[in-house]
Design a protein around this ligand. Structure first.
Ligand code: ATP
Ligand code: MG
Length: 329
């Protein structure tokens, strides 16, 4: 049997180039080597308040972006988390085997909780739900960005703890990071990762930004007090712009170094901007075509949920039997 891949993105804002380079593009590359499930994780998005109408619209927008990026729905399942009951159900069972101290240590919890006036319990539980998403499908490989490495560790710990307590039940999954672009930083604050939920118009490049907007954001990106690229002491902002260039161009380290060494920041930024504009153009074109087909997205999402539900149901039944919970059969 082919190994299974699972990964997801939250409909919590506009998808950006960090999501693309860290996750989505890697999914497209991996999909045919595995049985693949790609999920719009709406239950994760509501760990912080989402305006309901906007959330609904974002779910479809993100499905369209998965397709536009090259996920092939004939091969890979594209589905919404809340359409398959097993995610929430398994999350509860795993909550009961997860020490709360493990969750309180998570850096994403600490960072996101800091930004909230009232911290919902869901924010603390987030990594357990993520573990449930992955373990529900017995996924062996999870392609994510580097910011999710800690949650992946926790997923493995939860799987192992369950397996120890109740007997071999879950596949313990491995993380797959891209070689370039695993952590794209904010253009305005290059010490913070680019995030959908961050404020500030100059922070992220959205996948659907117009070329003129992309150019403007990159030209305004934070650099440092040097006038030109010096590879002996690259500041975080310039290093981030070069990572973005390298990810889109697929140049080697040596090519990037030879080309940009000593280049003034103004010229460097222009070249980075053109690489991003050209890299996103085909995706943006396909997105517009997909959005022009009414009913298509719903059919992809419904079909995806139908396809994966038997796998999810089988895992939930197995976990219930292992734990001694009530099962019909
Ligand atoms: P939010 O701010 O709402 O958490 P996000 O931008 O962090 O949004 P997620 O939906 O949490 O996006 O993550 C989706 C995928 O994108 C994950 O695999 C995550 O690791 C990856 N990812 C997120 N941000 C980056 C980034 N800056 N660089 C590379 N990968 C990223
Ligand atoms: Mg995130």
């Amino acid at each position: 049997m082919r190994k299974r891949v699972f990964s997801g993105i939250q409909p919590s804002g506009d998808l950006h180039i960090g999501n693309y380079l860290g996750a989505l593009r890697n999914w497209v590359k991996l999909q045919y080597d595995y049985e693949s499930i790609f999920c719009i994780v709406d239950l994760h998005a509501v760990t912080v308040y989402q305006e309901p109408a906007e959330l609904q619209a974002k779910i479809e927008e993100i499905a369209a972006l998965f397709l536009a990026a090259g996920i092939d729905p004939k091969h890979s399942a594209i589905m919404v988390q809340s359409a398959v009951h097993g995610h929430a159900e398994l999350a509860w069972m795993l909550t009961c085997v997860t020490p709360v101290g493990w969750l309180q240590r998570m850096t994403q919890f600490k960072a996101k909780a800091e930004a909230q006036e009232t911290v919902g319990d869901g924010l603390l539980q987030y990594p357990v739900l993520m573990a449930a998403d992955i373990l529900l499908y017995q996924a062996a490989i999870v392609p994510v960005g580097d910011d999710q490495s800690q949650h992946m560790e926790l997923t493995r710990d939860v799987a192992q703890r369950f397996n120890t307590l109740y007997g071999e039940t879950f596949v313990v999954p491995a993380t797959s990071l891209p070689s370039v672009g695993a952590r794209v930083m904010g253009l305005d604050e290059p010490d913070k990762k680019m995030s959908k939920s961050a404020q500030g118009s100059g922070h992220a490049i959205a996948l659907l930004d117009e070329p003129s907007v992309i150019r403007k954001k990159i030209m305004r990106a934070t650099t440092d007090s040097n006038p030109a690229a010096d590879f002996a002491s690259l500041g975080a902002g310039v290093a981030n712009l070069l990572t973005i260039f390298q990810a889109f161009s697929e140049w080697t380290d040596d090519q990037v170094k030879a080309h940009f060494s000593g280049m003034r920041y103004g010229d460097l930024k222009k070249q980075v901007a053109e690489a991003v504009v050209a890299g996103l153009e085909p995706l943006q074109k396909r997105y517009r075509e997909i959005m022009a087909e009414p009913g298509y997205l719903k059919s992809v999402l419904n079909e995806g949920a139908e396809r994966v539900s038997p796998i999810a149901n089988a895992t939930v039944e197995l976990v219930k039997r292992r734990m001694g919970l009530y099962t019909k059969s």
